[in-house]
Design a protein around this ligand. Structure first.
Ligand SMILES: [Zn+2]
Length: 293
């Protein structure tokens, strides 16, 4: 991959291909013995090669119902970059930065070749003996696949990095709350090993779930500490958490990640959302509703 962790894993297990990469360049899909394709979530590095893999192998593509709806909305509609840019402006992103987002968004949409009209699956379904498990957080409709004591986790459980948990327009209101809930359920599922989209296989999944929850608790505390008497936007707070020097594309993830933490604080009663349709801001909220200052 050109950015981020620089690579993404696809797994081929007894005829089932899990995820399809970015879809840049040639892949040996036709000769790999693919009988079916399962998509964990609609992000470019997982779904971008789906059309090519399906065409070359003749295999059906399975994707979550909610995930496919978001996939079509983001990659299949012409105005998504404008809509997301507008939303970022409401969260304090300067117009110059959001203009850059619109541009890079259109470039991206051009090479994400997801498979149209896949076979839709829901949590509880099975794909060749793999049980479909809802694992929202990194994406609303993210699915993981569980068979025996093995989990294919997409971007839900990673090591050594942790997946981005961002808030986006037209998606579930508290993705970090969803994610913490997901990690609790995966720890209960207690697979022996978990294979993620990036990094190394996770040998002690339940332990990694606990570490990841602790990581976000720490990030929540840092987010809360960045709030004060003057209302601040998600963009403002992202500078405290991620620094000042970020190119536009990374600022986009930083703001989305900051907003997921701010909205989690709102859900927990530790912060308050204010502002209006044109500008969203956050202030701290203290137990009992009274400021200690
Ligand atoms: Zn992803």
């Amino acid at each position: 991959m050109p950015t981020g962790p620089k690579h993404v894993h696809c797994y081929l297990v007894e005829g089932t291909l899990f995820d399809t990469g970015l879809g840049l360049g040639e892949a040996p899909w036709g000769s790999a013995g693919i009988e079916r394709i399962a998509i964990t979530h609609f992000h470019p590095d997982h779904v971008g090669g789906a059309a090519a893999a399906a065409e070359a192998s003749g295999a059906p593509v399975y994707q979550g119902g909610l995930d496919y709806a978001q996939c079509e909305r983001v990659w299949g509609s012409d105005d998504w970059p404008e809509r997301i840019a507008e939303w970022f402006i409401r969260n304090g992103v300067p117009p110059a930065v959001s203009d850059e987002l619109i541009e890079s968004g259109h470039v991206f949409a051009d090479f994400v070749r997801f498979a149209w009209n896949p076979t839709l699956v829901e949590p509880g379904d099975e794909i060749d003996g793999w049980r479909v498990v809802a694992t929202p957080g990194h994406a609303d409709g993210h699915l993981s696949l569980h068979r025996g004591d093995v989990l294919i986790a997409g971007d839900t459980l990673l090591t050594p990095i942790t997946p981005a948990i961002g808030l986006y327009p037209e998606s579930r209101p508290d993705p970090l709350g969803d994610y913490v809930d997901t990690l609790g359920r995966l720890a209960d599922l207690a697979p022996r090993i978990s294979y993620g989209g990036h990094g190394a296989p996770v040998g002690r999944p339940a332990e990694r779930c606990a570490e990841t929850i602790a990581h976000h608790e720490d990030r929540l505390d840092r987010t809360a500490a960045a709030l004060g008497a003057t209302p601040r936007s998600g963009f403002d707070v992202s500078h405290d958490l991620f620094g000042h020097e970020l190119p536009a594309i990374q600022r986009r993830f930083a703001v989305a990640e900051t907003l997921s933490h701010l909205e989690r604080l709102v859900s927990l009663g530790r912060a308050e959302r204010g502002g209006d349709d044109r500008s969203v801001t956050y202030t701290p909220r203290f137990a009992g509703g009274r400021s200690p200052l």
